[in-house]
Design a protein around this ligand. Structure first.
Ligand code: HEC
Length: 202
């Protein structure tokens, strides 16, 4: 075997080695999760152990191919359910409490109890707020800047319901799809973003 061929054979071997190691690692991690963690209250092992197709695609080693991302987004968009009574807007004051509340879905919470939306952890919402996260864009003056047309209302609902319908690997929780927030809570947060009286639009 000449040097070139040996190099190629070695590269192939190492390449395969890496792939197998990554697969074994994922399987071992899933096994550990299932054997070592116990479900308690609303914090279930299924929540972390059973990844759906977007979660699997978004935690792969390679970045998502654009066509694959689009297909996943289209599938996520299909999960969005419009409000049963056709009314998208609730009460912005209730919405603000939800946006500031980061509690919920922990083992110590009652099953079925309402969760917070924790929006401030990632977004600026009002001018007064002195402490907020910036993983997501500022939502200050959300409706003032883009209006409240039917398209904007529907887009905002869908984004809150399932953020991955617009960005397959979004880091924003899928509030409706994963039942983090109830339909009424989603309406209240919608009002926080879209009501002209809300501090978001002042
Ligand atoms: C863990 C971080 C995180 C949390 C929590 C979060 N978001 Fe987001 N959000 C993001 C990111 C990141 C984006 C940018 C787009 C994307 O990647 O999906 C975004 C985008 C958005 C958009 C679209 C903005 C636009 O210009 O189109 C809206 C609306 C929004 N978030 C509202 C909310 C609301 C309301 C809450 C709380 C109920 C919330 N987000 C909680 C991370 C978060």
């Amino acid at each position: 075997m000449n040097q070139l061929k040996m190099g190629a054979a070695l590269a192939l071997l190492l390449g395969c080695g890496t792939v197998f190691a990554a697969e074994n690692y994922a399987a071992a991690a899933a096994g550990l999760l299932k054997s070592d963690f116990k479900s308690k209250g609303p914090a279930t092992v299924e929540r972390v152990g059973n990844r759906d197709e977007v979660q699997q695609a978004c935690s792969a080693d390679k970045p998502l191919a654009p066509a694959k991302a689009q297909a996943l987004q289209a599938a996520q968009l299909k999960t969005v359910k419009a409000p049963a009574d056709g009314n998208y807007l609730g009460d912005w004051k209730a919405g603000e409490k939800i946006a500031q509340n980061g509690r919920g879905m922990q083992w110590s919470d009652k099953v079925g109890s309402e969760n917070g939306g924790n929006c401030y952890a990632c977004h600026q919402l009002t001018k007064e707020e002195i402490s907020f996260g910036n993983i997501g864009p500022s939502l200050y003056q959300y409706a003032k800047l883009r209006g409240t047309s039917a398209e904007i209302v529907k887009y905002t609902w869908a984004k809150l319901y399932n953020a991955q319908a617009f960005n397959a690997c979004s880091r924003m929780p899928r509030f409706g799809h994963n039942e983090v927030l109830t339909e009424q809570q989603l309406k209240d947060v919608m009002a926080l973003l879209l009501d002209p009286q809300s501090p978001v639009n002042k």
